[in-house]
Design a protein around this ligand. Structure first.
Ligand code: OGA
Ligand code: MN
Length: 224
């Protein structure tokens, strides 16, 4: 098995296999979305989960129902979020951005999506909370000068997640026909989909649920 190494620290090696990258590209090219269990190395999943937990303890997570641009309400989403800084000195955050940069390069090389910047947040869903069906690309006029979200990439950070725990991500493969796939938020799973095409929702869970979502954007002026 060949490894596509992206990081090597003193005693720690985070790596994603070439097969995993190929599967990501194949699935995206065929369906517009991709589901990859065990994509993120366990060592990195653990470090990112610890980081999110310590941010929670420090009280810096913010109620996501008050969005960046618009007031939502808790009937739509009940998670709390923390926006990551690409220049953070924190090792796990830095490793996450390094990994996502290699994901970006692979996708741009194979699929010409023109992915540019990445914005990311940790999201913590308390027991029973959810995020109702939505698209990640804002549709209204007031956003048209914003950079556009092109690809949504969600990484799950939940150790020992059991199917009975719920909290699935429901991605509608065909929204009009009511066809969907449910993905259990097990630690290490990566889900990626074209932001403007796929409606999705987060179902309530019996456990606290942790995710790290990143959106690759394209530059607005290439599309306007
Ligand atoms: C989002 C989102 C899904 C998840 O933050 O826009 O859809 O599983 N998150 O956390
Ligand atoms: Mn979403």
């Amino acid at each position: 098995m060949r490894y596509n190494l992206f990081l090597q620290r003193k005693n720690m090696l985070h790596s994603v296999t070439t097969e995993q990258y190929e599967s990501l590209l194949d699935q995206l090219a065929t369906h517009g979305y991709a589901i990859l269990p065990h994509f993120i190395p366990n060592s990195l999943v653990r470090q990112l989960a610890q980081r999110a937990k310590s941010l929670q303890r420090a009280g810096v997570l913010r109620d996501a129902s008050v969005g960046k641009h618009i007031l939502l309400n808790t009937a739509i989403r009940g998670d709390s979020t923390y926006w990551l800084d690409e220049n953070s000195p924190h090792v796990a955050e830095h490793d996450y951005f390094t990994l996502m940069n290699s994901v970006k390069n692979q996708i741009n090389r194979a699929l010409y999506l023109g992915l540019d910047t990445l914005e990311s947040h940790f999201a913590l869903y308390p027991i029973g909370s959810f995020y109702k069906t939505h698209l990640d690309q804002f549709q209204t006029d007031i956003y048209k000068h914003d950079d556009l979200r092109k690809l949504s990439c969600i990484i799950y950070l939940n150790e020992d997640w059991h199917p009975d725990d719920g909290g699935e991500l429901r991605v509608y493969s065909d929204f009009e026909r009511g066809q969907f796939v449910d993905i259990s938020p097990a630690g290490g799973t990566l889900v990626a989909f074209l932001s403007e095409q796929f409606y999705h929702e987060v179902l309530p869970a019996k456990r606290e649920r942790l995710s790290l979502t990143g959106w690759f954007k394209t530059r607005a002026n290439t599309l306007l």
